[in-house]
Design a protein around this ligand. Structure first.
Ligand SMILES: [Zn+2]
Ligand SMILES: [Zn+2]
Length: 306
């Protein structure tokens, strides 16, 4: 399993010099496993992946499986700028959460259509299939590559993905809050300064979601996990549905993960702050759990440092 990280930032892309060590592009990961090329999220990093495929910097591929965590802008804005979709030989299978309000195809088509962009899906030459999936499902994607999903705790819901093959296990949870303060669903929570009182039913659902999230990451070689907030930010914005590095570490520890990669960096966070957070979390990690801050350009191979 060979993983390349093309975008690490949350919310929106940034381009300040003081932020480029960890990267300015939003969430996008390429995973080569067996014969398959998987892409996790279509943030602005997807444009760089398309460029590298086109200019031969990385091995070519014509078949892609794009697994979308959710369709917030930072996770899809690279889609229309992914060069391979303008080649008729490209085949792209897009996976995302089934919604009641809009199909996955319609959401992407709307994002690409007038008046937001001129193209729309109709003018894209690649063959694109859309697959609407749910949380807590498993399916095979190519030979010996298995995908499992879990529900992340994020406004309007989101998915976490586990990619498992004989070559390794990667779990990807770019956007999730912790599982104790708020239960997110389809509606945006209006924050009134103190946590809502959770019903017994909501507490049960949250506990089940946390268990499913830990199962999703169990014994993973790498867990790429939302760590957007500092503790003080979390106290101010718990209704945004993001975690702190400490909360990420708790999940990684419970799941027996080998390496935790802190991800979805706050768009205001400077490189110096990210390096300090990384050092703190490394000092807190139990033996056997490696912790690093994900950075744009990072590569991971099972068992070897790249
Ligand atoms: Zn996000
Ligand atoms: Zn989001």
């Amino acid at each position: 399993m060979h993983v390349r990280i093309w975008g690490t930032r949350g919310s929106y892309p940034v381009a300040r010099a003081e932020m480029l060590r960890y990267g300015g592009n939003t969430t996008c990961i390429e995973v080569r496993v067996g014969d398959a090329c998987l892409i996790l999220d279509a943030g602005s990093g997807l444009r760089l992946l398309g460029e590298a495929l086109t200019n031969g910097t990385i091995p070519p591929a014509a078949d892609f499986h794009l697994l979308i965590s959710h369709t917030h802008w930072d996770h899809i804005l690279g889609f229309p700028f992914f060069a391979p979709i303008y080649h008729p030989h490209t085949r792209l299978a897009v996976y995302g959460l089934q919604r009641t309000r809009s199909s996955l195809r319609t959401t992407i088509d709307n994002a690409l259509s007038v008046p937001l962009l001129p193209t729309g899906l109709a003018s894209i030459s690649a063959h694109i299939d859309f697959h609407e999936i749910n949380h807590d499902v498993s399916f095979e994607l190519g030979r010996d590559v298995y995908i499992t999903t879990a529900r992340a705790n994020h406004p309007y819901r989101a998915l976490g993905y586990r990619i498992e093959s004989p070559e390794g296990i990667l779990t990807f949870v770019p956007d999730t809050g912790p599982f104790h303060t708020i239960l997110f669903d389809e509606e945006f929570i209006v924050w009134k300064g103190s946590p809502p009182v959770l019903s017994a039913r909501e507490q049960t659902i949250l506990a089940q979601m946390q268990q499913a999230m830990i199962a999703l990451a169990t014994n993973a070689d790498w867990l790429i996990y939302d760590a957007q907030f500092t503790t003080s930010q979390y106290i101010q914005f718990p209704h945004w549905g993001h975690s702190t590095p400490t909360q990420a570490l708790e999940i990684a520890r419970a799941a027996g993960v080998h390496e935790l990669l802190l991800f979805h960096h706050d768009p205001h966070r400077m490189d110096t702050e990210l390096a300090m957070i990384e050092a703190t979390q490394q000092s807190l990690a139990p033996p056997g759990l490696r912790v690093r801050m994900a950075y744009e350009g990072m590569e991971l191979r099972r068992g070897t440092e790249v």
